[in-house]
Design a protein around this ligand. Sequence first.
Ligand code: ATP
Ligand code: LTN
Length: 328
Amino acid sequence: MDKKRVFSGIQASGNLHLGNYLGAIRNWVKMQNQYHNYFCVVDLHTVTVPQDPSVLRTNIREVAGLLFAAGIEEEDSVVFIQSHVRAHSELAWLLNCITPMGWLHRMTQFKEKSEQQKEEVSVGLFDYPVLQAADILLYDTHLVPVGEDQKQHVELCRDIAQRFNYRYGDVFVLPDAYIPPIGGRVMGLVNPEKKMSKSEEKRDDSIFLLDTPDQIRSKVKKATTDSLREIRFDEKRYGINNLLTVYQLLTGKEPAEIENHFTGKSYKDLKEQLAETVIETLQPLQERYRELTGEDGYLDDMLARGAERAEAHAENKLQQVYNKIGLR
Ligand code: ATP
Ligand code: LTN
């Protein structure tokens, strides 16, 4: 039977963190041999907010390298850079012309991100979800594995696809989001009421995938806890709950087993064990990353192959769309 298709994207806005890994990338790796996969570094989304050109260039390669280092395999998955496949921008334009502004006004991520920028906010940031819809729809995607914050964008993509299909006939597959039952929203270490984020000013909130063991120990040590001194899963105790959830995700142990293990132990014990578990998890990934990026041209060749494979599918879809609209 034909495998279904998966598409997901990741921004090149800075270092990847444990939230990106546990909420998204790790699941992509786990699911990859059940599907045909497209994983995209969405650099056109990244420039919706100001970026330094040379930093951006470095970040794009770093994110792509980390995807392979985390275990994405060329055999099952096409990894590519969004701006290398022109069809993404072209389809975004065509979808812009059928998407009501009102739908975009409802997007909570835009409301949050634009608050910090007020009048300076770009048209691109407002239009961000339409470009995301183009990404997904170009590949006849069935499933979009993402963190919880992206659920609304995938639902919007479905609405846009439905509207197009209704007007012009069936062209697009309607995608579903896949959000992991746990890990879909890893919280900040210092501020556990907000999600762990790359764009966060407070760097101590996030563990980055390329952090050194000492940086990891120091960040986990500074993580916010509470005064109860009891190590138990409890959604109302944001700090401890987040540390335990990350520990659960990394060890694969059941909550009851974890609570038993930490009975009579201190927050300091929990933090020390968590830090060592994070270090152990990231060490092989960091090693692979160094190997991969150490060899001149190796990563670039993989990305060129990825773009070529992606383009073959995307161009075909784009032509169908032009045709339906009456443009070509
Ligand atoms: P940031 O991490 O700066 O908030 P972002 O969420 O805007 O970045 P990406 O880096 O492109 O954008 O996100 C890549 C994937 O990681 C998405 O599927 C997103 O839902 C997921 N993700 C991001 N932050 C978290 C988090 N704290 N917990 C779980 N998943 C997350
Ligand atoms: N908006 C997403 C990144 C993204 C994406 C996509 C995710 C762009 N295009 C297509 C899934 C499918 C984010 O900020 N995390």
